[in-house]
Design a protein around this ligand. Structure first.
Ligand SMILES: Cc1ncc(COP(=O)(O)O)c(C=O)c1O
Length: 427
């Protein structure tokens, strides 16, 4: 880290990867526990539908080997529109059609395409937030970044009244947010989400990144299977400036397929489709065709419920282990597969996310230092005193055995540093 006289503008992702490899990490080494992984486990889940292991293309003819349109194949666009109508818009007059959907090669490509077609605007976002926005906001200079901070004391809640004031004071025209939010595991739901969508009608474009829409852990068992989307509160799909990004990466647990989508008013979707021809060339034709059966309603329901049960159990296991170590998570995740772990109760030096990360590496486990999520696109802020320094993000995306090994590794780090709660027999 830089000395305190110099402005410290944040670490880079390549520094992080270099450190992993310098410490002997490799993806296929079973000795390592990867709690840094931003992807879910991809195998079978108990009571889940069978995973796709064969793709039969015979019904598609040779056309499936051609380029797909940069908006995506019409069949998949319609399947995605039907998914939103069926999950969130039953009984509503205004419905999405294929013209409201553009298929993209992954979520980041979706975000880049949206950024490429938006005019020069002030763009509000909240910290901590998903790291990629930092790069998107710095590459696409037309989006002028305007950060605001969410606080742990306030359980990372986004207050709509505060947002309204920011919109006026800073002339925001776009608000971008991951919801559920990476890395805090919190979500804007119910009336708050409805109010946020209403706010868009006051001429602010909402870009909602809903990749973790399925990862919900409701306390009431009757809510099992509930997912989240701003689409529920959109009145008119052509008039409300709400742009939703999601894909197969997290919910369907197919990060390697690189199939995602942008949903919004037709005019926006048409521009997003065109930007694909110079940015990325579009998603794989073959995998778009293969994705169609994944939207069949009975399969979808089974997929969502099995995912929520498995990931809830992993979340509860991780929280239980952390609590036993004296590291109780004050704002436990209600969504996503991340735990935003506050280290400020530990002694120096492991109360710092970067040091904790390095110590954990020595025990063959990975986490992500919190500072990575203090996104600083224009490098204007000095991050030396960032509140994110005292955090790490732990992922319970990987399978249970990673989590068990990872928690054992944290225990060893605490023991090595003689963390008092651990030694006081709280274990
Ligand atoms: C909030 C959020 N959006 C989008 C993505 C990425 O999607 P993709 O891998 O499809 O580019 C991630 C991945 O970590 C994410 O956390």
């Amino acid at each position: 880290m830089a000395d305190s006289n110099a402005a410290w503008l944040g670490p880079s992702r390549s520094d992080w990867c270099d450190l992993l490899h310098a410490n002997g990490y490799s993806d296929d080494n079973p000795e390592w526990a990867n709690m840094g992984q931003g992807a879910p486990e991809t195998g079978d889940l108990p009571d889940g539908p069978p995973r796709i292991r064969n793709i039969d293309l015979s019904q598609w003819g040779d056309g499936v080997n051609e380029y797909a349109p940069t908006t995506g194949i019409r069949e998949l666009r319609q399947a995605v529109a039907d998914y939103y109508n069926q999950q969130y818009r039953q009984g509503m007059k205004s419905q999405y059609t294929y013209e409201n959907v553009c298929i993209t090669p992954g979520g980041r490509a979706g975000m880049a395409r949206v950024a490429a077609v938006i005019g020069e605007v002030y763009t509000g976002y909240q910290i901590p937030e998903y790291t990629t926005y930092s790069e998107v906001l710095s590459v696409f200079k037309n989006l002028v970044p305007v950060p605001s901070a969410l606080s742990a004391e306030d359980k990372y809640k986004l207050h709509i009244e505060t947002l309204k004031k920011e919109m006026q004071d800073m002339s925001l025209s776009v608000i971008v947010a991951s919801n559920p939010r990476n890395p805090t595991g919190q979500a804007i739901v119910g009336d708050d989400l409805e109010e946020l969508v209403q706010l868009s009608r006051d001429k602010v474009t909402l870009i909602m990144d809903e990749f973790y829409s399925w990862y919900q852990y409701p306390d009431d068992p009757k809510d099992l299977g509930t997912t989240l989307s701003a689409a529920r509160y959109v009145q008119d799909v052509e008039e409300d400036p709400v742009i939703i990004i999601n894909g197969l990466t997290k919910g369907w647990r197919l990060p390697g397929w690189r199939v995602a989508w942008v949903v919004g008013p037709k005019s926006v979707i048409s521009a997003v489709g065109q930007s694909g021809s110079f940015l990325d060339g579009g998603a794989s034709h073959v995998l778009q065709a293969a994705a169609l059966p994944l939207f069949e309603p009975v399969r979808l329901k089974q997929d969502i419920i099995s995912l929520q049960k498995t990931f809830r159990s992993k979340r509860d296991y991780a929280l239980m282990r952390l609590k036993r170590m004296g590291l109780e998570v004050k704002v436990p995740p209600r969504a996503t597969f991340y735990i935003w772990l506050d280290l400020s109760g530990l002694k120096e030096p492991i109360n710092n996310g970067l040091v904790f990360f390095e110590e954990l590496l020595k025990e063959k486990a990975i986490c992500v230092p919190g500072i990575f999520f203090d996104i600083n696109p224009s490098k204007r802020r000095d991050l030396f005193h960032s509140p994110c320094h005292h955090f790490v993000r732990l992922s319970f995306g990987p399978a249970q055995d990673h989590l068990e090994k990872g928690m054992d590794a944290i225990e060893r780090v605490l023991a090595k540093h003689k963390h008092s709660a651990y030694l006081m027999g709280k274990k």
